[in-house]
Design a protein around this ligand. Structure first.
Ligand code: ADP
Ligand code: ADP
Length: 237
């Protein structure tokens, strides 16, 4: 389970992006994070894996206080948090398969390490995941040959090969057309259910969130303005 305890982020500019946010997300639950631009959604997601350093409060993942970890321990803990990005963050000149395997390295962008051989069990798992996300036939294609929806499927498989406990998903559909957006959201939510993953999905499109998740958290000016089932959402949130 993920727990945010009085999480605060004040940027050096003085922007109070998060003001004492309290959230618990149990195992297997998918939460959509909504709210206007500037509400603090990206900051919240990035404070969880400490791509942004919180100014106060605590973040717990199961029995580990992430906010108390030194950099080495944080690197290990980040392996339990899969990230999915708006712009996919694939390595364009590598193949689909190589991009998926790069998830085994724990972080994105360190592609040179791919020159070393991966254990067969990682390769087998990558094939299984590519099959699950519908890209088995594309395994040897380069990332820059793919459509946006296909790229995001690679991003999903790359996050899952880490075998994470939690998925942090930042605007996964913001660069996709409406039909592809629905397919991607459905896939993410199905995979979380299949694997018992908790997920926080930062999503601009409220209607899309309502279609697929059981819980919506609305942020407004760094505070929780709504927390409940999507059908209880009112227009002003
Ligand atoms: P959202 O994802 O909901 O659009 P953000 O988390 O990006 O919101 O931003 C929340 C607030 O923090 C905004 O006022 C934004 O301008 C500010 N902010 C975000 N990132 C930074 C930064 N690196 N430095 C200073 N202020 C920032
Ligand atoms: P998005 O809303 O699409 O997530 P943003 O425009 O909020 O993107 O942020 C893009 C980048 O700029 C992020 O790295 C964020 O931390 C940074 N940023 C956002 N607002 C500010 C700000 N007021 N001052 C400095 N950096 C900011």
């Amino acid at each position: 389970m993920l727990r945010l305890d009085k999480l605060v982020k004040t940027y050096r500019t003085g922007d109070q992006a998060l003001k004492s946010v309290e959230i618990e997300v149990p195992i297997g639950q998918v939460v959509a994070l909504i709210g206007p631009s500037g509400a603090g959604k990206s900051t919240l997601i990035r404070c969880i894996n400490r791509l942004v350093e919180p100014s106060g409060g605590k973040v717990w993942l199961d029995d580990v206080e992430l906010t108390a970890l030194s950099s080495g321990a944080l690197r290990r803990a980040r392996r339990r948090m899969g990230m999915i990005f708006q712009e996919y963050a694939l390595v364009e000149r590598l193949t689909v398969m190589e991009n998926v395997l790069s998830g085994r390295l724990g972080y994105v962008g360190f592609w040179r390490s791919l020159l070393r051989r991966f254990p067969q069990k990682d390769v087998d798992e990558a094939f299984r995941l590519l099959d699950r996300v519908g890209l088995l036939a594309m395994a040897d294609k380069r990332a820059d040959e793919l459509s946006g929806g296909q790229r995001q499927r690679v991003g999903i498989a790359r996050a899952l090969i880490q075998n994470p406990a939690l998925l942090l998903v930042d605007e996964p559909t913001a660069s996709l057309d409406p039909k592809t957006s629905r397919q991607i959201m459905r896939l993410i939510c199905e995979l979380c259910a299949e694997r018992g993953l908790a997920a926080i999905i930062n999503i601009h499109d409220v209607a899309l969130a309502q279609m697929f998740v059981q819980r919506v958290i609305g942020l407004k000016a760094g505070e929780i303005a709504f927390d409940g089932p999507p059908d209880a959402l009112t227009p002003e949130v």
